[in-house]
Design a protein around this ligand. Structure first.
Ligand SMILES: [Zn+2]
Length: 73
C-alpha cells in the first residue's frame, strides 16, 4: 500500500475523459491511498488506482481540482 499524490489537471486537458466525483472518499478492499494534488484531501482509500484500466479523472469535493493518476511511478 502506497500513498499517491494525484496530479492536478486543467479543465482544458480533460480530453473527453470521464470525471468521477469523490464527494465521499472511495473505500476499496486493498490498494493505494490517493490524495488530491491541490489540497491534499484523501480521495481514495485502499483502492488499486494504478491498476485501473480506464483513464479516469477524479474531482476533489473540497477544492474542486481535477486529478489524474500520475504515470511512471
Ligand atoms: Zn482538493
Amino acid at each position: 500500500m502506497t500513498d499517491i499524490i494525484l496530479k492536478v489537471v486543467a479543465e482544458a486537458f480533460v480530453n473527453g475523459r470521464d470525471i468521477m466525483d469523490t464527494g465521499s472518499a472511495m473505500l476499496g478492499l486493498g490498494g493505494d491511498n490517493a490524495f488530491c494534488g491541490g489540497c491534499g484531501r484523501e480521495l481514495m482509500h485502499e483502492v488499486p488506482v494504478r491498476s485501473m484500466v480506464v483513464d479516469l479523472l477524479y474531482r476533489c469535493d473540497q477544492c474542486g481540482a481535477l486529478n489524474e493518476v500520475p504515470k511512471n511511478n
